[in-house]
Design a protein around this ligand. Structure first.
Ligand code: BGC
Length: 371
């Protein structure tokens, strides 16, 4: 069995130690019945289910809210779906979760705005007899979290790292290649996991000298994008373009971007600097980015179909309602620093122009963009 914490810390020596104290990954799937908890007593068919989502930093979160509202209603439950606001995200989410507990929610689904700041609320939920499911983002430092449902985030990072290499090689078959690295918001546990997954692929080549990080910025404080905000990525890229690429003695071949919103900000910055667009990765299959992939401006994205993730979560809620154990498929990969959280992980899919039509064939919003 792969000890994930160990492996991830080794990778993070390059950069993201602080981001990923609670690292995780994609290994050792085990079909299993509930190993560690989740009250299995059942509850009323029309019980209240709370859903606390982070602020709307990407399209997937907007979609998730609608899908939870509609899906829980269809399944016969009452729901309370809340988003953290744009600025006081942590305090917002803490009070929203407390209020869900007070209102008697039987399951609380949480897309954490700050992985490490919800222990008190998760305990409060647990003490009140509610089951807590971390949705998409792990909640760290608490033994009271029952389940985790997500796309495999470490795999997302690996796919991004590989896409960056593939894209650069297709354009310029021999290295060395000059790259820049971006990571997500340090308060989101996923940010470190994505980065560690990508570095699992890229680090050996950086060590060998096949990849050169032009700015030399590989430290967590330098690569992180606070709040997952486009303007933060754009201003960092602006600064790098000026400091490293303005003279024209270095050509930027690729940029590791953790998601689509940041990818478009990075591309916008490079264009504004009057330089050729490098290979830029992404994630989320946002409408605008799928258009940019088809027009050749962004190289790749990741398809993490939010419809599937919400449906899987609602399946878990239904099982809990019936007093049964929800299905999980991984008991080893996602350690939140206190325990390995029983998880259901879905497989992410890499998308480039070459497979976009196939990847989005069943998505009525995206399929027409690939024609
Ligand atoms: C999600 C990504 C998203 C990012 C910013 C992450 O936790 O997994 O899909 O791009 O948050 O919203």
């Amino acid at each position: 069995m792969r000890k994930f914490l160990t492996r991830s810390l080794a990778v993070s020596a390059v950069a993201l130690v602080a981001l990923s104290a609670t690292a995780c990954g994609n290994s050792d799937r085990e079909a299993s019945s509930n190993p560690s908890g989740g009250a299995a007593k059942g509850f009323a068919k029309d019980a209240l289910i709370g859903v606390a989502l982070p602020s709307k930093t990407s399209e997937n979160w907007v979609l998730a809210g609608d899908l939870f509202t509609n899906g829980l209603k269809e399944a016969g439950f009452k729901s309370d779906v809340q988003y953290a606001g744009a600025s006081t995200t942590v305090a917002d989410q803490q009070s929203q979760i407390s209020s869900m507990v007070t209102k008697g929610a039987k399951v609380i689904v949480i897309g954490a705005t700050d992985a490490a700041q919800l222990g008190t609320q998760v305990k409060q939920a647990k003490d009140a007899g509610a089951v807590v499911i971390a949705y998409d983002r792990l909640i760290t430092g608490t033994a009271d979290l029952d389940y985790y449902v997500a796309f495999d985030n470490f795999k997302v990072g690996q796919l991004q790292g590989q896409a960056l290499l593939d894209g650069m090689k297709a354009k310029k078959p021999t290295g060395p290649w000059t790259i820049e690295l971006f990571s997500g918001s340090p308060d989101d546990n996923n940010a470190g996991v994505f980065f560690n997954g990508a570095m699992d692929v890229l680090k050996p080549l950086i060590t060998k000298g096949d990849l050169i990080v032009g700015s030399g910025q590989t430290d967590v404080k330098q690569t992180a994008t606070q709040g997952w905000k486009a303007e933060n990525a754009q201003s960092r890229m602006d600064a790098i373009m000026t400091s490293t690429y303005a003279k024209g003695d270095k050509t930027l071949d690729g940029v590791l971007s953790p998601n689509d919103t940041l990818a478009r900000a990075i591309i916008t910055s490079v264009k504004a600097a009057g330089k050729p667009i490098p290979i830029v990765t992404g994630q989320d299959s946002e409408v605008e980015s799928v258009k940019w992939i088809m027009s050749g401006e962004q190289y790749s994205t990741i398809n993490k179909d939010t419809r599937k993730l919400v449906a899987q979560t609602i399946e878990m809620v239904k099982k809990l309602q019936a007093g049964e154990q929800p299905e999980i498929n991984d008991t080893n990969s996602y350690d939140n620093g206190v325990k390995k959280v029983p998880s259901y992980l879905l497989p992410p899919v890499i998308v480039t122009k070459a497979n976009a039509a196939e990847a989005y064939a069943n998505d009525p919003k995206l399929a027409p963009l690939t024609k």
